[in-house]
Design a binder for this molecule. Structure first.
Ligand code: AMP
Length: 372
């Protein structure tokens, strides 16, 4: 299948061509026609599969088709983190480059003043985190009574973070008749139960099993004591100085501690987590994206959904206690068909977590050859 087969608007096809995408990814090929037909949809796909474009493209197409192309908000995308807001906005900017469709990001942790000012452009699409959106709805800065398309992305994380009440509150501001799209990297039964409360006869698209890891990622493990992990990490980083990596840690404190430890060992790194200001997180991400910083230390919440093109290495410095998180973490590499490596550092006290992960993915993770 080609993008032309999907009968997208020429201005969107032009933008897609500029991105050098040759064919739709499986989630795009399956979701786009159903979304264009107006169905509600549950999409289960891991990050890195092109799932953002799978809903952004058909929504842009429907907005272009709409006769009442008025300056009102007709599409709303709600995501759990500020980083994801920015990432979805980057996608919209790319795909809407040859249209007059406007969008505005709305998120907490930054002054509301500029965001309120931005709303004056009268956007067609809003991309938001729940808290700030509710504030703006309550204060009537945003009016969603003309909404036609409502998207909840990373729904599983949204539930994990306790956003259910917020989502219900947001829905109370939306018209009854609308299209609702729910995207999630994993599909636990809670998501299905939740979907039932907010969708009508949704079509379902599942790209990979819940437990499946991206096939282009080579996984390996290094068994080591907790206190030796920083040394092992240093070795891994120095083995390939040209390459860059994301290092996952479990806590914010652990992230800051590791930055200091690595600096003592002569390795520069930068940490992103919920206690860092939005400005700091943005700067850290851009220095990582433009290669001035090669090592990014991140907690799961801060890193989930971040898309870094061609990231060659992910290191699990701590094992996550939710096994699905392992799948999300290593999904940072091996994206869009590129190959990648995911190396896990496992201390003896983390054996229980390792067993749960291996049970979930249905494989024993092999030892890292460099440390055998
Ligand atoms: P996502 O899963 O939405 O985070 O997308 C992961 C990456 O895949 C992003 O860098 C997109 O730009 C890229 N991408 C999306 N659709 C395609 C496509 N059809 N062909 C190639 N790359 C794509």
């Amino acid at each position: 299948m080609t993008f032309t087969d999907l009968k997208l608007h020429p201005s969107l096809l032009k933008a897609i061509e500029e991105q050098n995408y040759t064919n739709p990814t499986p989630i795009q090929a399956q979701s786009i026609p159903q979304i264009l037909e107006g169905h509600d949809l549950i999409g289960c796909a891991q990050t890195g599969t092109g799932k953002t474009a799978s809903y952004v493209l058909p929504i842009l197409n429907m907005l272009l088709d709409a006769k009442d192309n008025a300056k009102v908000v007709t599409a709303l995308v709600v995501v759990p983190t500020r980083e994801l807001v920015q990432q979805v906005c980057e996608n919209i900017t790319k795909y809407a480059a040859h249209t007059n469709i406007k969008h505005v990001p709305i998120y907490g942790g930054a002054s509301p003043v500029n965001q309120i000012k931005n709303l004056k452009i009268r956007p067609n699409i809003i991309v938001a985190t729940p808290g700030r959106l509710i504030d703006f709805l309550n204060n009537k800065h945003i009016d969603l009574k003309n909404l036609k398309h409502f998207v909840l992305d990373e729904a599983d994380q949204m539930l994990d973070m306790g956003f259910v009440k917020d989502i219900k509150k947001i829905i109370s501001f939306l018209p009854q008749t609308k299209q609702t799209l729910l995207l999630s990297a994993t599909m636990p039964k809670e998501i299905h139960a939740f979907a039932k409360t907010i969708q009508k006869n949704p079509r379902e698209v599942t790209i990979e099993r819940v437990s499946s890891t991206v096939k282009t990622v080579t996984q390996s493990i290094v068994f080591t004591d907790q206190k030796n992990k920083a040394k092992v990490l240093e070795q891994l980083i120095k083995t390939d100085e040209k390459s860059k990596c994301i290092v996952f840690v479990r806590t914010k404190h652990g992230a800051d501690k590791l930055v200091i430890q690595l600096l003592k060992q002569g390795v520069e790194s930068i940490a992103i987590h919920g206690n860092k200001s939005q400005n700091y997180r943005n700067n850290a991400l851009s220095s990582f994206k433009n290669n001035t910083m090669k090592v990014l230390i991140a907690t799961d919440i801060a890193a989930r959904g971040i898309d870094i093109e061609q990231l060659p290495l992910v290191v699990n410095y701590d094992l996550p206690n939710i096994p699905e998180t392992y799948v999300h973490r290593i999904g940072r590499t091996g994206r869009a068909g590129h190959s990648g490596k995911a190396i896990t550092l496992c201390a003896p006290e983390e054996n229980k977590e390792l067993q749960s992960i291996q049970k979930l993915i249905g494989n024993k993770i092999p030892l890292e050859p460099a440390f055998q």
